[in-house]
Design a protein around this ligand. Structure first.
Ligand code: FES
Length: 215
């Protein structure tokens, strides 16, 4: 489900996908003159700061809910990272940063937040249901699934298994919740049911939990 709102300024358009937002507050803290939820009426004011600043904040939105588009070129003012990264958030979602395709469909943003607790109503995206379900994980990496490898730049192929994990193919660097690099790899299966004893990895517990829901 996508609920995209568009806010047009003189030179740019800010797109906001409500179904991807989990209210991290990076935008409202980073540029309060542009992103202001306290004002009545619309909450995004694209002309409240230079376009490059608005683009920088949009590109840093960790869930990919914000996109800044140049009216002159019609292109998004964002670029992929030199290195794909995957990072579990303590007691929260799995952040992915890079060029990615999800179940064969290209995303138009370079960031996404995937559910890890198994309770989201907006699968595969996180919708903050982890708070109500008391999901707990410290975001540390229990073991590397593969030896460290030299980084290659290539898109990530992400497969969301309807009854199981999030499988990622493609070169990535795994960070722990504190942002420390743990290793580089090319393939891993990450738990999205919330029941694994080896988070962030899948350990097969989704089968005994009876996990399965539509995405
Ligand atoms: S998806 Fe959670 S253990 Fe496999």
């Amino acid at each position: 489900m996508s609920r995209i709102h568009r806010y047009e300024g003189e030179d740019i358009i800010v797109e906001f996908d409500l179904s991807r937002c989990i209210h991290t507050g990076d935008c409202t803290r980073g540029l309060p003159a542009v992103f202001d939820t306290k004002r009545s009426g619309r909450w995004v004011h694209p002309d409240g700061a230079p376009a490059t600043e608005v683009a920088r904040i949009c590109a840093a939105c960790p869930t990919g809910a914000l996109r800044c588009i140049s009216k002159a070129s019609g292109q998004a003012m964002d670029s992929p990272p030199a290195e794909n990264t995957i990072q579990p958030v303590a007691d929260g979602p799995l952040y992915v940063h890079g060029i990615m395709r999800v179940n064969g469909k290209a995303l138009n943003t370079f960031r996404a937040a995937f559910c890890r607790c198994g309770r989201s109503r907006l699968m595969p995206w996180c919708d903050n249901s982890h708070r109500q379900s008391h999901f707990h994980d410290n975001g540390k990496i229990p073991y590397p699934p593969a030896p460290a490898a030299a980084h290659r730049s290539a898109p990530l192929e992400i497969h969301v298994d309807a009854d199981g994990p999030l499988t990622i193919d493609g070169p990535f660097t795994l960070l722990d919740a504190a942002g420390n690099k743990q290793y580089c790899g090319d393939k891993a299966a990450f738990c999205r049911c919330g029941a694994s004893a080896m988070k962030p990895y899948c350990d097969g517990a989704h089968r005994t939990r009876g996990f399965g829901r539509d995405q």
